[in-house]
Design a protein around this ligand. Sequence first.
Ligand code: ACO
Length: 468
Amino acid sequence: MGVVEDLRPIFSPKSIAVIGASRSPMKIGYEILQNILVQGYTGKVIPINPETPTIMGLKTQPSVLAVKEDLDLAIIAVPAEFVPKVMSECARKKVKGVIVISSGFAETGERGKQLEEEILQIARRGGIRLIGPNTLGYKDPIDSLDAAFVFGMPRPGEIALISQSGALCIGMIYYANGEHIGLSRVISVGNKADIDDADLIDYLSADPATKVIAMYIEGIKDGRKFLDAARRCHKPIVAIKAGRTPAGSAAASTHTGSLSGSDAVYDSAFKQVHIQRAYDVIELFDYARALAYQPCAPGNRVGIISNGGGAGIMIADWCESIGLKVPNLTKKTVDGLRPHLPSITSPRNPLDVTGDARFHRYHATGSIVLSDPNIDALIMTCVHAGIARPKEYVGAVIKLVEEKKNLKKPIVACWVGGPEIDEVVQELRVKNIPVYSSAMRAAKAVKCLYDEGGRQDMVAGKKHKEPA
Ligand code: ACO
């Protein structure tokens, strides 16, 4: 069986047993059962607890062996020392997949490593695929299945998130929700005893709901398997690889039992297979959002429209310092821009449309610059100055993105100001138009869209166009 068929019972289960489902609302086993029910799971769910006949109105069973129906998935939340016993019962019951939530395995030292090896061997012998141990579980906002502890669902969308950290995973969900970024599947992988990043890349590559894969990684055990999966993946991958320094690496070994390895090796491996590397959560979602909702840039030449000189200059600096170009515009473009600009403004790139510009000037100049054959991508920036019309500019960006789809050149927005612009840019976020709060973030997002062209060429077996 291929990995997609292997993992389907885990991610699209027809029946779930929660082993360690608890009567106490303070316990993790209670929360998992509650989360499954709150999201309206329509399959069969069976709480396993030998101490009580019912939990949340559902009849319990003392063990999976007492369950009559076939079980696709068992979620295990009993203390680590009892996990081998319940895993063996899962194997006898022929459960297809398990998620081991429990901590107390490889991340705790030698005894924990042995325990992890023991449950892995039980899984292998029983033909069970295993997520974890030491995991949060997963949340699936597309199919409304919350198979994790910690309350709260992501906004549904097209970015899949794989995280080796459970707590950070929750933080990332809330960050994405706040930014109006939708997620397709969120999977906490924990110690990755069996199912690892490579398996999930293969699975998500075939997932119709996912456009981009975003990852938080502490360590990878099988580098060859990971690189092969990344190379054949049909979708862009953005990844944070944490544990880059001696201090971070030591912390990773006690968090998920990971060996962080040489950062230089990871860096060059990621480059080989065109994984875009991010260094924090904000950057991870900056790139993922751009990749999910804008076309890749056909070249590295950027046009910049601003309503204030400083913002345009900073974007130009950032572009040029990270391998993008801010080229001169063609004569035709310059002539086309002149009638739209006040006489004090020179039609050049970056183009300062000046602070008194309204919808029409902002939109028309953006449209002309984007159509210039010297331009591969457009950054439209707005500084929230006194007479500026940020709402009108938002409308202009939305119109431009809709009108210019066929050009297949990305457009990103850069809005500089305080909390008062948050409400204004929300409209861009809702339309999935990437909007960034600084020149650096906007320029790096465009660079990421340019680099994505390299990945697409690799997949198509084509040589990538040399940068201008
Ligand atoms: N079969 C079924 N039920 C059982 C069994 C069994 N063999 N043994 C015990 N139970 C029941 C218990 O009776 C209890 O139910 P009750 O509360 O109604 O009596 C329930 O299962 C839970 O068992 P407890 O012994 O009370 O265990 P507790 O809930 O305290 O802890 C847990 C279990 C949550 C798995 C804990 O050991 C643990 O590992 N916590 C950390 C989890 C975690 O952080 N995971 C990783 C997060 S992601 C990351 O950061 C990398």
